[in-house]
Design a protein around this ligand. Structure first.
Ligand SMILES: Nc1ncnc2c1ncn2[C@@H]1O[C@H](COP(=O)(O)OP(=O)(O)O)[C@@H](O)[C@H]1O
Ligand SMILES: [Mg+2]
Length: 356
């Protein structure tokens, strides 16, 4: 998929803006505070009708105005569609080909945008919950079943924790909830393991392309239960062992909500031994790896790299760019300065964006 045309009215600092995108790699360039991220945000907004920077619609509307709009033409496998989103002080209205959209998912099917911000490079050095959230988000996009399972798991976990916090602990209730937790945990864990196996099929090739020579990049899953053939039995035993301590601490200390993974570059944990640059590239590789599992290149999501390029050296910038052009449909890169061969450049300044 790709966005071929974008029109903004009163969106952030832009009063009125019309842009066509032809090239698959577009660099949005400008000084600090000129509106690069705002433009990237408009592209991102097309996929979820939501920004990653704010939950307030008002923040997206140009100061002093009462509404904003984003109009876009998107294309996939020759199919062209027009999307229009009106952003009002409270809420928004979405239409696709002139008809009101009933569900948000109609939008996400047409435009899928993956954002990469500087914080994302910390995924391996960050907390396990950041890594789980990467797994949960990308797996949920791939499988509705997984999305539902995670929802169910989280509800059950809340219930079990509430039961552990009760003044008089009801052991029968806790047992029922534990059994239900185990029942949804097993498929979640299986999804995660298979997904990580899939990622590992493409990660080393991707890393070698990014680093410029043969490298082995592997995700190592740290599962709650290792024994796949006796998963439920092992899980039941583990919950039994931790029951007393869970009651004392009034919270569920074990389970798939505590799982983690690490990334090994040539056999070494990248969080512990990798350089800044290696961490950055590995994080990019991990995040775009799922797209390489999508056979039909046309269906691969649009990528927005906000302020990520500025921190790479010239050689790796070049490698990342050539990888992007080869394997992805459309990528937007924001940078204060970027000299990227073959990219089209949009210069942002004074609330305007001009193609150079
Ligand atoms: N709702 C808004 N109306 C007008 N200007 C806005 C609005 N929201 C943010 N801005 C302006 O946008 C600028 C920041 O743009 P941004 O895209 O984040 O810059 P950068 O080019 O550094 O990524 C700031 O000057 C801010 O005042
Ligand atoms: Mg910015």
């Amino acid at each position: 998929m790709r966005v071929t045309h974008l029109e903004l009215r009163n969106f952030r600092n832009y009063g009125s803006l019309n842009l066509d995108f032809e090239n698959n790699l577009t660099v949005i360039q400008g000084t600090n505070g000129s509106g690069k991220t705002n433009l990237a945000e408009a592209v991102y907004y097309l996929s979820l009708a939501k920004s990653w920077r704010t939950n307030e619609c008002q923040a997206l509307i140009r100061y002093g105005e009462d509404h904003a709009s984003i109009k876009a033409k998107v294309e996939e496998n020759g199919l062209k569609r027009e999307i229009e989103i009106f952003i009002l002080g409270k809420g928004r209205k979405i239409s696709i080909n002139g008809k009101p959209a009933r569900k948000l998912s109609e939008l996400s099917k047409l435009v899928n945008v993956t954002l990469f911000s500087p914080e994302d490079v910390l995924i391996f050095k960050g907390s396990p919950s950041d890594r789980r959230s990467f797994l949960d988000t990308s797996l949920s996009k791939k499988s509705l079943d997984y999305f539902n399972l995670i929802g169910k798991y989280n509800r059950l976990l809340l219930e079990r924790n509430a039961a552990l916090k009760a003044e008089k602990v009801d052991l029968t209730l806790i047992q029922v909830l534990t059994d239900e937790l185990i029942a949804v945990s097993e498929p979640i864990s299986r999804y995660r393991r298979l997904y990580i196996d899939d990622l590992n099929k493409v990660l080393s090739d991707l890393a070698s392309e990014l680093y410029g020579h043969d490298r082995r990049l592997l995700v190592v899953y740290k599962p709650f239960i290792r024994n796949e053939s006796a998963w439920k039995e092992e899980a039941a035993k583990a919950y039994k062992r931790s029951l007393d301590s869970d009651i004392i601490h009034k919270s569920t200390s074990i389970g798939i909500h505590r799982e983690d993974f690490s990334l090994m570059l040539d056999g070494q944990d990248i969080a512990l031994y990798g350089s800044q640059g290696e961490n950055r590239l590995a994080a990019i590789a991990l995040k775009i790896a799922p797209f390489f599992l999508i056979e039909d290149k046309e269906k691969r999501p649009i990528v927005v790299l906000d302020d990520v390029y500025s921190e790479l050296d010239a050689e790796h910038t070049k490698r990342l760019s050539s990888l992007i052009t080869k394997h992805l449909n459309q990528v937007f890169v924001t940078a204060t300065r970027a000299n990227i061969e073959g990219a089209s450049v949009i210069e942002v300044s004074e609330n305007k964006a001009i193609r150079r």
